[in-house]
Design a protein around this ligand. Structure first.
Ligand code: UDP
Length: 491
């Protein structure tokens, strides 16, 4: 190995086939493209299945020279209809089938990488450094890269604390060994106590031989084959998780966040954006609750009614992104009136109290507006980063995946959130929601502390990506690039 600076760098990025993974990967690819512009001759490629390549393309600005490479993937071979190439279009129960099917991409990926390396060998000039950046759901990438002699790292679109808990639960299934409702994670005790109600439904049902356990027990150990892990997170708020991964994997772990797409690159209509902005512009500073459960989740009809009653009786302004309730096809046409209390939308509109946005709102615009005070969120990691980078505290209502653990991080370790409810089937009444909204928005010791902390975190996050002050994420990225630029000597 020689560590002289190469003239060329090839980066091959491979996200899992879900918007929540693709979008942060694209955002990170664009950041790398920008940074490398004046440093080295860099070619960045993104690899994915045919259905997902157009989705990646639609998020790239026209001036980007990121290359897109399709790998063959036939949904019907895996028992899916056409849509079975994408996590977001599948019912939750079939997600595991997509995870299993994604392992069929291993050999086409190996062939692709072999081809890329061959181009290198055929080139008489100096060799490039080649670096693969893979997804944690595609854990086999690390082994393939090891076998063909290419460096690889994971880029995690989840925070380190949440992913750490997720890893620990799947590898140890602690809830099977304890009758207690609360327990410490086997190899991640510093995460604090976990409650059984904070395990997602697949974890709760796992017996070690079910499809999820079998997949995870194969996938997660593969993370040690990578040469490092990049997290879309900020060291100042996620140190417990970052230290855990350093200890458990023994490889370099870098925090490089927050990485996100600029708002104009997100789906949604300009008309909605304008209407939302006009509505917010005439509201008092810090007077609005923003309610949204991410890009995929919805709540039950019962919960929708309780939430509507709570928002009405809280006497606070609100913007609520409404989707059809659980059990109704997410993409179907719907009339919000069908699922909300009678006359609710008209009353809230007439009083100027509430704005109901169907399906998709310009989230980053809302969170960056001075009228927004608090975000009632499902605790998806992108939503958390977007909220905290604008100093907006949260009201947590985790629903699935590692969101329960993210909620613990926010409430117990950082102090910027209060959990309102937990899970899709919990028994929550409107008056409990009202009291939590008031707690965070009104003058109380707890509320003032949480709002103050959120402002401090905003400042920490701003500094983490500042060049001049050696922000922690700038350092993380530079250390990673230092590793990426180490090239193998020509044989
Ligand atoms: N989002 C948005 N408008 C919406 C719903 C979601 O812009 O109405 C965006 C949000 O800004 C975030 C992403 O979708 O970037 C959701 O990601 P997150 O990790 O929070 O949750 P997921 O959808 O993956 O569960």
């Amino acid at each position: 190995m020689a560590d002289t600076k190469p003239r060329n760098l090839k980066i091959v990025m491979f996200p899992f086939m879900a918007q929540g993974h693709i979008i942060p990967f694209v955002a990170f690819a664009l950041r790398l493209e920008k940074i490398m512009k004046n440093r080295a001759n860099t070619v960045i490629s993104m690899v994915n299945t045919p259905l997902n390549i157009p989705k990646i393309r639609s998020n790239l600005p026209s001036e980007s020279s990121i290359r897109l490479i399709e790998l063959p993937f036939n949904s019907s071979d895996h028992g899916f209809l056409h849509d079975g190439e994408n996590f977001d279009s599948l019912p939750y129960s079939l997600v595991i089938k997509l995870l299993e099917a994604s392992t069929s991409l291993r050999e086409p990926f190996r062939d692709l990488m072999t081809e890329i390396l061959k181009e290198e060998d055929d080139d008489d000039d100096e060799k490039s450094s080649v670096m693969v950046i893979g997804d944690f759901f595609l854990g086999w990438i690390g082994k393939v890269c090891k076998e063909i002699g290419v460096s690889s790292v994971i880029f995690s679109a989840s925070g380190a604390f949440g992913l750490g808990c997720y890893r620990s639960v799947w590898l140890n299934l602690p809830h099977k060994e304890t009758k207690q409702d609360q327990f410490l994670l086997h190899d991640f005790q510093e995460a604090g106590e976990i409650e059984k109600t904070q395990l997602n439904s697949f974890m709760l049902e796992a017996d070690g031989n079910d499809d999820w356990s079998v997949f995870m027990k194969k996938n997660i150990p593969g993370w040690s084959d990578f040469n490092g892990i990049l997290f879309n997170t900020v060291a100042e708020i996620d140190q417990i998780g970052l230290s855990y991964f350093r200890r458990i994997t023994g490889v370099p772990v870098w925090s490089v966040g927050p990485v996100s797409l600029s708002p104009e690159k997100k789906a949604g209509s300009r008309l909605t954006d304008e209407a939302v902005k006009t509505w917010l512009d005439i509201k008092q500073d810090n007077s609005v609750v923003y309610v949204c459960f991410g890009s995929m989740n919805s709540i039950s009809q019962t919960h929708m009614l309780e939430l509507a009653m709570a928002l009405e009786s809280s006497e606070k302004n609100f913007i609520w992104v409404v989707r059809p309730p659980i059990g109704v096809e997410l993409n179907s046409e719907f009339d919000v009136k069908e699922y909300l209390p009678e006359g609710f939308e008209e009353r809230m509109t007439r009083l100027g109290r509430g704005l109901i946005v169907k399906r998709w709102a310009p989230q980053v615009d809302i969170l960056s507006h001075k009228a927004t005070c608090v975000f009632l969120s499902h605790c998806g990691w992108n939503s958390i980063l977007e909220s905290l980078s604008h100093g907006v505290p949260l009201l947590g209502w985790p629903m699935a995946a590692e969101q329960f653990f993210n909620s613990i991080l926010l409430e117990k370790h950082i102090g910027v959130s209060v959990e309102v409810a937990r899970g899709k089937r919990c028994d929550i009444k409107s008056d409990e929601i009202v009291s939590k909204i008031r707690l965070v928005m009104e003058e109380s010791e707890v509320g003032s502390e949480i709002r103050k902390k959120a402002k401090e975190v905003k400042e920490l996050m701003r500094r983490s990506i500042m060049d001049g002050v050696d922000g922690s994420s700038v350092i993380g990225l530079e250390e990673f690039l230092g590793q990426a630029m180490i090239k193998k000597e020509k044989n």
